[in-house]
Design a protein around this ligand. Structure first.
Ligand code: SF4
Length: 424
């Protein structure tokens, strides 16, 4: 596949190099791994091929003691050739599943590349199945296909499907809505901080149970915890919410500014934010110290994969003293990334999209100390003597907030240490 690139300015003065060509990313089915752990009464039924089933099974692992909350309805040759009625088959599979699993409160039908190629309309199927369930189970559809997306966009399409289901907030009811999946332990830490700040009402999307959907309306202040939920944020803004401009809660600076943006939206003084966060900041400073010494001065490149690249690059440069060689993002969502872009150094090489061969050529010429990339590229690059970090690990791990700042830095120290040990 041939590639191309062009240069543009991104909002401020920072130039961004746009690339088009072959990409190397996971598909949105990967989001099921963390979404099914978060929404505990949801089931994710992928309508896809054996490849989709294998991806899901190997990424999410096998639950031995519990019934899994994800599965794949496999499209066979007859389905793909248009010889079978896929809707009939799907209805049968769903009816059997729901009869066997009364614990399911929300069923997501997840579209894949094969179901999209044969144009199986899962939105209609979800509406039909929901009617049949007569309100007992919420049935929704979203796309996890990898045809034109990167792997974290699966969460965005899933949460977007939930937005029309959210109840209308009471008139005049002011509340903070934190958007994007956070591990429960991190969510609890943030809940305590928001409560100490005096935020009047607090909700999270996704919630821990599909039956506890947060209300939304003109009094909703929206604070994104993940940079890849731009579609959901836009849908919530359409329902009256106000999106707060803030960096992401990675590292001490990002977390303090993120909490500060929420506090300011509710008229809470900056001095109160400093007072409430001081003990956690002091703990995080102590934790970061030893890793900072190991990371300072090291050169790092990000290949486009997770959409976390910009906030992580900012953290590693500002708080750990690393030098940014190239920061690649799958796509640049300026509305979600404005506050972060302001913090990047003006000489950073920022790229959007991917032309794989060109990017690898630059990487081989740069030879950074550490390369953050997708799973598929890591081993070949290691074989070329480059040290790599899997970007997907940064999505799976608890890395947000003050108490995880040191853990986040350590995730980048580990591959450097491993390489050093291998060298001796
Ligand atoms: S959705 Fe597409 S990219 Fe993802 S596993 Fe299935 S076929 Fe592969």
């Amino acid at each position: 596949m041939s590639g191309a690139s062009d240069i543009a300015s991104c909002g401020g003065s920072l130039p961004v190099q746009r690339e088009h060509g072959q990409r190397q990313v996971f598909c949105g089915l990967a989001g099921i791994v963390w979404l099914h752990r978060k929404i505990q009464d949801a089931f994710f039924l992928v309508v896809g091929s054996r490849t989709c089933a294998h991806l899901l099974q190997s990424a999410a692992g096998v639950m031995i003691f519990a019934e899994p909350r994800f599965g794949t309805a496999i499209l066979g040759d007859r389905d793909l050739a248009g010889l079978a009625d896929c809707n009939e088959e799907l209805d049968r599979v769903v009816t059997e599943l729901l009869a066997r699993r009364p614990d399911i409160g929300t069923l997501f039908l997840v579209a894949s590349c094969p179901s999209e190629v044969i144009k199986l309309d899962l939105d209609n199927a979800a509406a039909r199945l929901a009617r049949e369930q007569q309100g007992r189970v919420r049935v929704l559809a979203y796309s996890g296909s990898g045809l034109d997306t990167t792997f974290t966009q699966g969460e965005d399409t899933c949460l977007s499907a939930l937005v029309p289901e959210l109840p209308e907030a009471d008139a005049g009811g002011e509340a903070l809505l934190v958007l994007g999946t956070l591990p429960d332990v991190v969510e609890d830490q943030f809940r305590r901080l928001f409560e100490a700040l005096g935020i009047p009402a607090l909700h999270f999307l996704p919630p821990r149970r599909g039956s506890e959907l947060p209300p939304v309306g003109p009094g909703t202040r929206l604070l994104a915890a993940q940079p890849f939920v731009g579609g959901t944020a836009a849908a919530l803004v359409d329902r009256g919410a106000t999106l707060l401009e803030a960096p992401y809660p990675f590292g001490i600076e990002g977390t303090r500014a993120w909490l500060g943006a929420a506090a300011a939206a509710f008229g809470i003084a900056a001095a109160r934010v400093d007072e409430v966060t001081a003990p956690a900041v002091a703990r995080a400073e102590r934790g970061l110290e030893r890793y900072r010494a190991q990371l300072a001065g090291k050169r790092i490149s990000f290949l486009p994969d997770s959409q976390l690249e910009i906030p992580l690059a900012r953290f590693l440069q500002h708080e750990c003293g690393m030098t940014l060689v190239e920061v690649g993002v799958p796509y640049l969502d300026r509305r979600m990334m404005g506050a972060e872009l302001d913090w990047l150094p003006s000489d950073v090489r920022l790229t959007e999209g991917q032309d794989l061969e060109r990017q690898l050529d630059r990487l081989r010429a740069d030879r950074p100390d550490l390369t953050v990339c997708g799973l598929g590229l890591a081993n070949p690059l290691e074989a070329e003597g480059l040290t790599t970090k899997w970007s997907i690990e940064l999505v799976f791990s608890p890395v947000h907030g003050f108490d995880q700042a040191a853990d986040l830095a350590e995730l980048f120290v580990r591959p450097l240490n491993r390489r050093e040990r291998l060298a001796f």
